[in-house]
Each structure stands twice: as C-alpha cells, then as structure tokens.
Design a protein around this ligand. Structure first.
Ligand code: SF4
Ligand code: SF4
Length: 358
C-alpha cells in the first residue's frame, strides 16, 4: 500500500505537554537551580544556565465560559509571552521571561476581575469535581460550593497569611473522584437508596450492582412478578456505589444527602508519608446556592489552624502534634458518635493504629 493511502492513526489521550511549554522552560527542562516568591501569586525560577522565568498565577472558576477564556488568552498574548497553563487546582499561570513586565500583567489581571495569588502559604483555589453540570450522579454542585467558599476566602488566597499551604477539595458524591485534601468537603448520604422497582428490570445489570456493594447488602429479588433488587438496610453503609450502575436505586435526596468535612489528608510523600483525612463534621445541610453552614465550619478550622499551628506546619502535621481531642477543643466542633469509625469492615484499619488493639 502506498504511503498516501495509509490510514492516519487516531491519537487519543493527553498530548505531550513539552511542545506547549514556554521556550525558556523547554530549554532548561530539569536544570533549575532555585526559585523564589517575590510577591503573592508570582514565582521566579532561575536555571543553572542563568535563564529565568517568571510565573504569574490567578484563580479561575475551572468551568470557564468562552468569553472568560478568550479574555485570559488576550491578556496572555498582550502582557505575557503568549504561554499559559492550568494547574491541578484550576489556577491559570502565565509565563514570561522578562521580570519587568510582571507588574503590568498583574495589573491587567486584577483590573479584569481576576484574583492573583494561590502561591506559598496561602489557601490554594479549591479543587472540585464535576457537579450538576457534567456528571450523572452528583448529590451536590461541587463547583457551587467552591464558588461560595472562595468568595469568603479570597484574602486567604491573595495573601500569605496561613502557616503553610492549604489544599481544600470538594466532591459531589461519596465514592468517586476528588475528596482528599488538608480540608475536604464531601457528600455524605445518610439513608439507604430508594428502589424504583418498575425500572430495575429495564435499566440495571443486576449482577454488576450486587457485586458492587462493598458490604454485600444487595440481593436479587422478585417484586410484583418482575426481577428486581432488595437492600438489607441494616448492612447498608449509604455509600451510593449502587446508584451509578443502577439509576433506579436513587440515593440522592435533598434532605438526607448531607455534606461532611474531613481534615488532615495529604497525598505528599516528599517530607513525610501520606496521611488519610479524618471526619470532623457530619450532617451539614447541603444548602445551595451558598452553603453557608459548610463555609462557616471551614472558616472555623482555618482560623484555629492559623492561630495555633507553627510556621510551615501543614494541617495534618499540626493535628498530629496537638492530637485530635485538642483539635476539637480549638475549633469548637462537637465530637459526636458519628465520628467513630465503627464499620465492621474497618476492623483492619483500626487494628493498624498503634494505640488501639483488639
Ligand atoms: S465526585 Fe461523583 S458525582 Fe462528582 S463528578 Fe465525580 S463521580 Fe460525578
Ligand atoms: S448504598 Fe452502598 S452499601 Fe448501600 S446498598 Fe448501595 S452500594 Fe450497598
């Protein structure tokens, strides 16, 4: 077959990012000497070759409309070198090789309503999952929760007034993407799913749903002469894992799907081992459009951390040093029976503690 007739392969997945990098970054890839933070939202990296690159970071709402995106690109073309990228926490970063142009870029961003910050010991932009806009199973609008909270935390984003970096995440269901950070705001279902038996036979692949339940609470059943499912409510832990493969097992509920706040998660293993977050507040109303109750709790935790942690202590390090009883005292959050991890399957993880043995 002649070359011209050959089918071009269809490429999928992420393209190689190197081709989109600022030329100075490409040329000095892997050869950086140090970096510094001249002001909040601005980084200066210096390479072994003597080259330097300046990065200006601004928060975005992640789900960007076309007009905002065009405006950001225009600013990048006009005030930076035309190179932008997005961070994992939905910030936009502009790269430029001339430090004298940084002030004009910051001014252009701020005069267009963007907030510059999110570096060093600040509260980084809150990362969130898809919410009502894109996903088929969310019980809350994670992006809406983020917007409401960041409106209240804009000074903590803009300034360096935290002991160390704070990563906050939100997650709009209880089982899938997102939901691990210094502070995480996650959905918490409190009632087992309600089954619409008229739909199960048409929509659900019953063996997959049965296999998916982590506590084996779902059984096949005949209801009104039709194949359906039943849930042993004494076993059900209200995780919601059955709902994605079987929409008739409706678990989202305006009253009983709540928010919960978790603290102390850290993916890093650079200086210490990664840590799991722990539940600190449960049963918080899932209250759109501004979620004031959840925001008040997050602000209370941040205030206690800001006042009592040592410089450069992350939230998990702070809690490890003072202990969880003191954390609840300092934050004023009530410790209730819902904080106790009493799921039978958790015996293994409880046994992993050096303090608690069965
Ligand atoms: S967290 Fe759950 S509901 Fe939200 S986007 Fe991910 S899978 Fe969908
Ligand atoms: S909510 Fe979770 S525990 Fe309950 S039945 Fe569904 S999969 Fe099982």
């Amino acid at each position: 077959m002649a070359n011209a007739e050959r089918r071009v392969p269809i490429e999928s997945g992420c393209p190689d990012g190197i081709q989109y990098m600022h030329p100075v970054m490409r040329e000095n890839f892997g050869h950086w000497r140090y970096h510094e933070d001249p002001r909040p939202g601005v980084l200066r990296h210096v390479a072994h070759s003597g080259d330097e690159i300046w990065t200006v970071r601004a928060g975005t709402q992640r789900i960007l409309d076309l007009f905002t995106l065009r405006k950001l690109c225009e600013i990048g073309d006009q005030f930076a070198d035309g190179y932008i990228r997005f961070t994992i926490r939905s910030n936009i970063e502009f790269m430029l090789s001339d430090g004298d142009r940084v002030a004009a870029l910051v001014e252009a961003l701020e005069s267009n309503g963007f907030v510059v910050g999110g570096t060093r010991n600040s509260v980084a932009a809150i990362s969130h999952t898809q919410g009502w806009l894109h996903c088929d199973i969310p019980a809350t609008d994670a992006s809406g929760v983020v917007k409401s909270m960041m409106d209240q935390l804009v000074d903590e984003f803009r300034q360096w007034n935290m002991p160390n970096r704070v990563h906050i995440t939100t997650s709009c269901c209880q089982i899938n993407c997102g939901g691990q950070g210094d502070i995480a705001i996650n959905i918490q279902h409190t009632k087992p799913p309600k089954i619409d038996h008229t739909q199960v036979a048409n929509v659900c692949e019953r063996p997959s749903v049965v296999a998916r339940c982590p506590v084996a609470a779902i059984r096949p059943a005949m209801v009104n002469g039709k194949p359906s499912l039943e849930v042993d409510e004494r076993k059900c832990v209200c995780c919601g894992a059955c709902y994605p493969p079987c929409p008739p097992m409706q678990i989202n509920d305006p009253e009983h799907s709540k928010l919960a706040v978790w603290v102390g998660g850290n993916h890093s293993n650079a200086r210490a081992r990664p840590t799991f977050q722990k539940l600190v507040a449960a049963g918080i109303p899932n209250n759109p459009p501004r979620w004031p109750e959840a925001t008040a709790i997050v602000k209370r935790i941040l205030k206690a951390y800001q006042t009592h942690a040592k410089d450069w202590e992350r939230i998990n390090d702070w809690v490890e040093r003072i202990g969880w009883p003191r954390f609840f005292e300092l934050t004023g959050l009530p410790f209730t029976k819902f904080h106790i991890d009493n799921w039978r399957g958790q015996q293994k993880s409880l046994n992993a503690s050096t303090h608690l043995r069965f």
